[in-house]
Design a protein. Structure first.
Length: 117
């Protein structure tokens, strides 16, 4: 099983980034996919979640209207489009997958996002 995030980097406040999480080794369409983030000295927090077949998504209040999660089941990939980035969005962003009908779960290794002028 692999979850490989990419797309992180340094961006100025107000800028945009698109994170990708390419997965393999499991049936992607059977998994609820999420993005979490963890800032230095803080807990890992849920950012956004996407379900597979009904298109349902939800977001942390802090990113609503600025971030968009999406998935491509044909490519086994989940995305996080981030706009209007703020310094407080600086964190390591992790991709997470949870089996819809059981306890299996997987984490990616994380990708650093730094918002700074």
């Amino acid at each position: 099983v692999r979850l490989v995030e990419s797309g992180g980097g340094l961006v100025q406040p107000g800028g945009s980034l698109r994170l990708s999480c390419a997965t393999s080794g499991f049936t992607f369409s059977n998994y609820v996919m999420s993005w979490y983030r963890q800032a230095p000295g803080k807990e890992r927090d849920l950012v956004a979640t996407t379900y597979s077949t009904d298109g349902f998504t939800n977001y942390a209040d802090s990113v609503k209207g600025r971030f968009t999660i999406s998935r491509d089941n044909a490519k086994n990939t989940v995305y996080l489009q981030m706009t209007s980035l703020k310094p407080e969005d600086t964190a390591v962003y992790f991709c997470y997958g949870r089996y819809r009908w059981g306890r299996l779960e997987f984490w990616g290794q994380g990708t650093q996002v730094t918002v700074s002028s």
